[in-house]
Design a protein. Structure first.
Length: 110
């Protein structure tokens, strides 16, 4: 994945404006979907020895994003953010159940 593509901006979720929060959530969702697709495509292709570290870093980054989303789904003061983050987590969980990928170590029970 290209440098900067993985960066997530969380500051929009603090806004009182629901449109700003919705835009931020959509950007977060797209970033997470790109990461999951990238990791899934990497899993399906043969690995070169040099790929192992970058894949581990990508997986660790995805796990951190998912952990942050899990925290937001439980503690964010904005109901729309809690609901949307829960939806994103469930979407990712479905992707990994369908693909059989056991790479995510984060418990996604909601």
């Amino acid at each position: 994945m290209a440098e900067g593509e993985n960066e997530v901006r969380w500051d929009g979720l603090c806004s009182r404006d629901s449109t700003t929060r919705e835009t931020a959530l959509e950007n977060i969702k797209q970033t997470i979907l790109r990461k999951t697709e990238y990791l899934r495509s990497v899993k399906e292709t043969p690995l070169r020895p040099s790929d192992g570290l970058s894949n581990a870093v990508s997986l660790d980054g995805l796990n951190k994003l998912l952990a942050h989303l899990l925290m937001l789904s439980k503690r964010c003061p904005f109901k729309d953010v809690r609901e949307k983050t829960e939806f994103i987590l469930k979407s990712v969980q479905c992707i990994y159940i369908l693909t059989g990928n056991n790479g995510i170590n984060l418990l996604l029970e909601l």
